[in-house]
Write a protein that binds this ligand. Structure first.
Ligand SMILES: *Cc1c(COP(=O)(O)O)cnc(C)c1O
Length: 496
């Protein structure tokens, strides 16, 4: 099979291997790495229906990471998808209220980021070995909450790596914050930023693009990489669970191999849903990809009008991991619908950087047929949690509820005839305050851990280990900074 090479969304001259793209994270031109051509699934849908998660992961990831040997890739997969997950299914598919919920929160930090961040450290270390990289790898990441903890859990104690996390100090849930600031491991550094997620992300991008700093660090034996969802080492593992969800439906006789299904995805940085698009491009029978937004509905507006406009008020919602106005991974979609044209994409991104806005051409809009955007406001999200609990006894988190409510709107306007999988991105225990208040307003005044205990009583689902761990854990990370101090924080941590 031919090797799949990677190029930059902003410079067509870039031509590197998958392992090199994983090490670099982001291209020097500021672009994201994308496959130069798409492979095709070479395992039949019938055969996939009989495979477990790990084997499915191998069959999918080998297509994209074609410079990894079978042994290397299988070892990465086996190290990632093991008993760190609290179910051998890894990503179970549940049925509730007439739809399927793909639960991606059974990993160590109970959010879907674990699906990719459990394997990224292994891919990165393997990639470094393959390419004779000897510097210590410094993972630098901005997080809206869930990436931070999942990355910390993945990289803590991993030899040859250090990890630095920036999060908006007032923009994450109490559980998310506790999970991060109690992180153990000498190679970890967690900083609360006085700003929102976009500020953190922009700060990190600036540090990445700072050539002078990179040279200085190189001299000290360090090299930056990213655990953000812009790294293809995160994107590709996410393609797996779309294929797996489909194969579960075939396996249980809900659909016949070849029938199309819809996916509805609660979206922030556009990484998760883009992986669903990649699954479609390699041959998975996907009907529509429904992009669900919360009140920060910049993506909904984009799919409606072809105008991407981040010039608007940033709203803090009960689904903080989707409180994003610059969806980094959308750049990959723009590149693809421009006909894999780096020059055209680079112009849009320049416009975005300068004016906060761009409008795509009509022919590009025409290539968005696989997508539909819907959004749910705070009230609709809370109502969905309450209704699903009261009808089925199934408790979903706020992000999943945005998707579920968005799917409802899609269903009412389009009367789809195909089954739908709603991608369930976090355990309700991670957002217990918002979830329990949605079920009963009287819960508002109760303490965080009291609510967690009550949720367990209501749902009959055991409290996950990730929650028990932080009940009495020591706070180890107290650093806070302004956005213009991010660079000096990085230097301080590495040079100390
Ligand atoms: C990160 C996250 C999202 C958004 O995913 P993207 O890949 O950024 O679109 C949705 N829900 C939860 C719980 C998340 O952690």
């Amino acid at each position: 099979m031919a090797e799949i090479r990677y190029t930059s969304t902003r410079d067509a001259n870039i031509d590197i291997s998958a392992s090199q793209a994983i090490i670099k994270g982001l291209s020097n031109d500021g672009g994201l790495f994308v496959p130069k051509e798409f492979p095709a699934l070479d395992t039949s849908l019938e055969e996939l229906a009989g495979l477990d998660y790990r084997e499915t992961a191998y069959r999918v990831m080998k297509l994209f990471l074609s410079d990894f040997t079978e042994e290397e890739l299988r070892e990465c997969i086996n190290n990632a998808y093991d008993s760190k997950f609290d179910t051998p299914e890894i990503a179970p598919l549940m049925e509730a209220g007439g739809s399927y919920y793909l639960e991606l929160f059974h990993g160590r930090t109970i959010a879907f980021k674990d699906m990719a961040l459990s394997i990224l450290p292994h891919l990165l270390i393997t990639a470094a070995k393959k390419n004779d990289v000897h510097e210590e790898i410094v993972i630098l990441t901005a997080t809206s909450g869930d990436t931070g903890k999942a990355a910390l859990a993945g990289f803590a104690g991993v030899k040859g790596t250090r990890i630095i996390i920036f999060f908006p100090k007032d923009g994450v849930s109490p559980v998310q914050k506790l999970q991060m600031v109690t992180q153990k491991g000498d190679n970890t550094f967690v900083v609360g930023v006085d700003g929102n997620f976009d500020d953190c992300q922009t700060g990190v991008k600036n540090i990445f693009n700072d050539r002078e700093l990179a040279e200085k660090l190189k001299a000290q034996g360090f090299r930056f990489s990213s655990a953000n969802s812009i790294n293809i080492g995160r994107l590709i593992p996410q393609v797996v669970y779309y294929v797996y969800a489909y194969s579960r439906l075939v396996n249980s006789g809900r659909i016949k191999a070849g029938e199309k299904i819809d996916f509805c995805v609660p979206t922030g940085n556009f990484g998760n849903i883009l992986a669903g698009y990649y699954a479609k491009l390699i041959g998975l029978p996907v009907n529509k990809l429904i992009c669900a937004s919360n009140e920060n509905k910049v993506l909904f507006d984009f799919f409606e009008s072809g105008v991407y406009d981040r010039n608007r008020k940033f709203i803090l919602t009960s689904s903080p991991s989707m409180d994003i106005l610059i969806s980094s991974n959308l750049e990959r979609l723009i590149y693809h619908i421009a006909g894999d044209d780096a020059r055209v994409n680079a112009e849009y991104m320049k416009e975005l950087a300068e004016t906060g806005k761009y409008t795509i051409e009509d022919d590009m809009r025409g290539r968005l047929v696989d997508f539909l955007g819907f959004y749910a406001d705070e009230e609709e999200t809370a109502a969905r949690i309450k209704a699903l609990y009261e009808d089925c006894g199934y408790i979903i988190d706020t992000h999943t509820a945005v998707a579920s409510a968005a799917y409802d709107k899609y269903y009412r306007s389009y009367s789809p005839k195909v089954p739908a999988v709603i991608v369930s991105t976090a355990s309700p225990y991670k957002f217990s305050r918002s979830v329990m208040t949605a079920i009963d307003k009287a819960n508002e005044s109760k303490g965080d851990f009291e609510l967690i205990d009550e949720m367990s009583a209501l749902s009959g689902v055991d409290i996950p280990a990730a929650i028990e761990e932080i009940r009495n854990a020591e706070i180890r990370h107290k650093t806070e900074c302004r956005t213009d101090e991010m660079r000096s924080q990085v230097e301080g941590f590495l040079m100390k």
